[in-house]
Design a protein around this ligand. Structure first.
Ligand SMILES: Cc1cc2nc3c(=O)[nH]c(=O)nc-3n(C[C@H](O)[C@H](O)[C@H](O)COP(=O)(O)OP(=O)(O)OC[C@H]3O[C@@H](n4cnc5c(N)ncnc54)[C@H](O)[C@@H]3O)c2cc1C
Length: 400
């Protein structure tokens, strides 16, 4: 098995243009709004996306037939990290969550009619979308099998009833991909179906926007109620009762694209810390000459490099068409925690400046924390990693 992490010229060119665009156009916009886009300012989104189009870096993950650049995951890893250098870079390139994961899911699972109606305008940045899976207790969270939202058959299609929360980007989205139970009951490992629900459906209501630590996800996170929400048969995404399987189709790569974007944030935090350590004088020299500061800086370099290595390995596995569940769990756990450590160390190196609004670190700090919770909390991934490792060891022993 030979693994290639070579970056071809095309990807390198897109990454370079992305880095320049982020530095010259996106970071000034991020500064102006303090990275706070929970209110979903449409003119800002339009302006940023126009800029990305002009720079030739728009929608790097989507197929050319939908106006994208069709990079594989290894190519995305390079470009998304460059975009992630600003909190608003992924929004500008139209590769931010949850739209980017939804585009991937629609590209793989949707019918041609569904692609024309939902994927095409989403990929073009004309509309936004959301993905509605998580529910208040006792419903679906880390354990998706607890899914309590139900979809029951009607004469012309389905009726969805249930409550979802922490649905990113729901406020202002044109449609939701809603996961509902079509057979079995809470606790059953199957029986979920995905539905495309237009947000002007009178049965779908945003009941509140949740106040959260982070402010950088466009539209924020909402609580959404589906009540007597009638949809036609054509709203079913893929096959009935296959929703949990499709969730994995979305989540494997979506976890990795989160890692790519957040590695960009880590690199930016570390660059701020390096600059400060090289400039700031203390105790007769520069901070960068003090051993304990060097340790902070070195540990962050190690975290970024190691995070990138496990991420690229998982991307390579996915690019080969493998499920790569173990590799994606390892990468998600490592990167989500490493990014938090890197930003935290950068704050420490910068002293009081680090927690002020004068440096970008305080806004990066609040954004990275939730990543240890969504797309599977660290504990859930560790639990799954250990179970797979034990199973593999048992199988090896039995075949000896
Ligand atoms: C910023 C943000 C954005 C989000 N966006 C979306 C979205 O767009 N759409 C959507 O559907 N959901 C979204 N979510 C929800 C997210 O997917 C859930 O928070 C996540 O699945 C965890 O579920 P929970 O919050 O109910 O935690 P719970 O399931 O209640 O788990 C709580 C804690 O229990 C522990 N735990 C869980 N499982 C195990 C285990 N097996 N072993 C040991 N310990 C364990 C972990 O410490 C975990 O943090 C978002 C969440 C956040 C924070």
């Amino acid at each position: 098995m030979s693994i290639s992490f070579e970056i071809d010229e095309r990807v390198a060119g897109i990454a370079r243009r992305t880095a320049e665009f982020v530095r010259d156009v996106v970071i000034p916009e991020e500064r102006a709004c303090d990275g706070d886009v929970h209110a979903g300012p449409e003119p800002l989104r339009r302006r940023l996306q126009e800029g990305a189009r002009a720079a030739g870096v728009f929608a790097p993950h989507v197929g050319e037939e939908f106006g994208g650049l069709r990079l594989d995951l290894r190519g995305q890893a390079v470009v998304f990290e460059a975009a992630g250098y600003s909190l608003l870079g992924p929004l500008a390139l139209n590769c931010a969550a949850p739209d980017e994961g939804n585009m991937h899911l629609l590209e793989v699972v949707a019918t041609e009619e569904q692609k024309a109606r939902y994927l095409r305008p989403l990929a073009a940045g004309e509309v936004r979308s959301c993905f509605a899976m998580t529910e208040p207790a006792p419903g679906a969270g880390s354990d998706p099998r607890a899914l309590a939202t139900v979809a029951t058959r009607t004469s012309g299609g389905w009726r969805i009833d249930g409550r979802k929360w922490f649905i990113s980007g729901a406020d202002g989205a044109a449609f939701a991909i809603c996961v509902a139970r079509t057979s079995g009951g809470p606790g059953d490992p199957g029986g979920a179906t995905m539905f495309l629900v237009d947000s002007d459906n009178p049965g779908m209501k945003i009941v509140r926007n949740i106040d959260t630590l982070d402010h950088g996800l466009f539209g924020g996170h909402s609580e959404v109620v589906f009540e007597g929400c009638e949809v036609p048969d054509s709203a079913v995404l893929g096959e009935v009762d296959e929703g949990f399987r499709y969730a994995q189709v979305r989540l494997g790569p979506a976890r990795m694209t989160h890692c790519m974007r957040w590695l960009g944030v880590a690199r930016r935090a570390q660059d701020v810390a390096l600059e400060r350590a090289a400039d700031r004088s203390a105790f007769g020299g520069k901070l960068a000459e003090l051993g304990m500061v060097q340790q902070l800086l070195a540990d962050s370099e190690i975290d970024i490099e190691t995070g990138r290595a496990v991420l690229w390995r998982a991307c390579w596995e996915l690019d080969q068409g493998r499920s790569a569940a173990q590799h994606t769990s390892i990468a998600k756990t490592y990167v989500s925690e490493a990014v938090g450590r890197v930003v935290d160390r950068a704050v420490q190196v910068c002293g009081a400046l680090g927690i002020s609004g004068d440096a970008p670190l305080s806004r990066l700090y609040r954004e990275v924390r939730p990543f240890r919770i969504y797309d599977g909390p660290s504990e859930t991934h560790r639990w799954a990693i250990a179970k797979r490792a034990v199973r593999a060891a048992t199988e090896r022993r039995e075949t000896r």
